[in-house]
Design a protein around this ligand. Structure first.
Ligand SMILES: [Zn+2]
Ligand SMILES: [Zn+2]
Length: 222
């Protein structure tokens, strides 16, 4: 409702072409989705196998999907959502995930990578939880918030080795998980791959046996 009211005051512009009235027009959405993501989600180097990760990468999740590389339209949309309070972007981002993902088992549970609480306070919304809830509505599946962040050290400015160390201790699952259910971990940006990998490991440590991962974007290799 508030989004809609604000839309009248300050209309959204498409992050791809600038068209007024939406954060992502259907043409720009199509451009993103029609470009397949074929490299490894974890390392972005090798051609991915059917499970979305190359054979060299050992990861805790069993399958993975990525909407696209973090550049152009996708980068603007994510940046808007995370750093300039374009809360409405959760609809567009969840739709992109919905379009990229195959059919999922009906018992699948969506698990957002937990947001740092300082960032929730700064934005006024939990951007990952909003995305997870919207995706779960689109797919008619449920959301779990059992995965929690243990530390809230800022990752954005950290070096690669520091990021990997921080991520190792970052997550804990506060309830035992069902080994027969598929847990779909979702994230917005994969950079080194460490965060989603440790989040997936925390789900497995809590008893999950099927952990899949979907991310909106992957940071391109420099
Ligand atoms: Zn557009
Ligand atoms: Zn790889």
């Amino acid at each position: 409702m508030i989004d809609r009211l604000l839309g009248f005051v300050a209309p959204h512009h498409c992050c791809g072409c600038g068209k007024i009235g939406t954060l992502l027009c259907s043409n720009c959405e199509y451009d993103i989705i029609s470009e397949p993501f074929e490299t490894c989600v974890n390392c972005d180097r090798q051609l991915a196998s059917a499970k979305g990760v190359c054979q060299r990468c050992r990861v805790a999740y069993d399958r993975a999907w990525c909407v696209g590389r973090r550049h152009d339209t996708l980068q603007h949309l994510i940046g808007h959502y995370k750093f300039t309070n374009a809360k409405a972007a959760h609809h567009n981002l969840a739709r992109l995930l919905d379009k990229r993902l195959p059919q999922l088992p009906s018992t699948t549970v969506v698990v957002p990578v937990p947001t740092v609480s300082l960032h929730i306070r700064q934005r006024g919304y939990d951007h990952m939880l909003l995305m997870a809830k919207t995706l779960s509505k689109l797919r008619g599946i449920s959301v779990s918030t059992d995965l929690e962040r243990q530390t809230s050290t800022k990752q954005r400015d950290a070096t690669r080795s520091v990021r990997i160390k921080q991520a190792k201790a970052a997550f804990i699952c506060c309830r035992p998980l069902d080994p027969d259910i598929t847990y779909l971990l979702i994230d917005d940006v994969v950079t080194t791959g460490a965060t989603v990998n440790y989040a997936a490991a925390a789900l497995k440590a809590a008893g999950a046996t099927k952990v899949w991962m979907a991310t909106i974007s992957r940071q391109p290799l420099d």
